[in-house]
Write a protein that binds this ligand. Structure first.
Ligand SMILES: [Cu+2]
Length: 68
C-alpha cells in the first residue's frame, strides 16, 4: 500500500530527517520518501499493521502540520 501525505512546516533537511525518522519507527511502514521541495511524504506500508491516522499522529507529534 502507498499513500502520499502533504506536510506543512518543513524548512530544511533536518525537518525532512525528523519526519522520515518518526514515520519509519511505525510498525508496518516499509519505506518512506520525504520531499522538502514537494512538501510531502510518500509512504509504503502494510495496511494490516498501520494506517494514515498513525502517520498523521507521528508527523504532528514531530511538530509539523498535516494538510488534508
Ligand atoms: Cu528543519
Amino acid at each position: 500500500m502507498q499513500t502520499i501525505v502533504n506536510i506543512k512546516g518543513m524548512t530544511c533537511m533536518g525537518c525532512v530527517r525528523s519526519v522520515k525518522n518518526v514515520l519509519e519507527e511505525i510498525s508496518g511502514v516499509s519505506s518512506t520518501d520525504v520531499s522538502l521541495e514537494d512538501k510531502q511524504a510518500t509512504i509504503q506500508y502494510d495496511a494490516k499493521k498501520t494506517n494514515e491516522n498513525h502517520f498523521k499522529e507521528a508527523i504532528v507529534g514531530a511538530g509539523f502540520e498535516v494538510i488534508i
